[in-house]
Design a protein around this ligand. Structure first.
Ligand code: GRF
Length: 187
């Protein structure tokens, strides 16, 4: 059985998807042992509703060191599912190959500092991109630059808005996140 820790900052629909796909057997031989949030958010409620231990560590300069203290030693995978704090390089290096993130664009485009949430979708539309999508990648000290595990794209519609793009990307995320987790876990 592989042990997963999930980090969240927001509504946690990707966390929900992970919990559901574990329950449904789409992700096998794995369980979420802990959910950590860096702020009050609905992701914490989802953990509680699922009887999963959850911890709030307020964001700030000590976040990574506090996080290190609460992550169980037997953790096989740390999943960033809509998580907004930047983890310290030392933390990323300690867990190298065992931390993954989902990003709402086609990396290496539209990644890096400031490229989160609706900022990404606004930037994609303004740049007149023909495609967007989602990417699951390994987390390294350089923001959004780790090796890509899985990516899926789609064609941007005429009249697409940042809001419609966000909704379509969420659907893609729900599809590729469980697959990427299986891949990393060797399932
Ligand atoms: C997702 O679009 C993810 O790519 C980004 O943050 C969003 C989180 O959504 N990193 P949710 O909290 O899982 O609904």
């Amino acid at each position: 059985m592989k042990n997963i820790v999930v980090l969240v900052s927001g509504s946690g629909t990707n966390l929900q998807r992970i919990l559901d796909t574990i329950d449904q057997g789409e992700i096998q031989n794995a369980k979420v042992t802990l959910v950590v949030a860096d702020r009050e958010c609905y992701g914490l409620e989802r953990a509680k509703n699922h009887q999963i231990e959850s911890i709030l560590i307020p964001r700030g300069k000590n976040f990574s060191s506090e996080l290190s203290k609460v992550i169980p030693e037997n953790t096989d995978l740390i999943v960033l599912a809509g998580f907004l704090s930047i983890l310290k390089p030392e933390f990323c290096e300690n867990w190298q190959g065992k931390i993954i993130n989902i990003h709402p664009a086609l990396l290496p485009k539209f990644g890096g500092k400031g490229m989160w949430g609706m900022n990404v979708h606004h930037a994609v539309i303004e740049a007149g991109e023909k495609e967007s999508g989602a990417t699951v990648h390994f987390v390294t000290p350089e923001i959004d630059e780790g090796d890509i595990i899985l990516q899926k794209s789609f064609i941007i519609n005429q009249g697409e808005t940042p809001e419609t793009l966000a909704a379509r990307i969420h659907e893609v995320e729900y599809e590729i996140f469980p697959k990427a987790i299986n891949k990393v876990l060797g399932n």
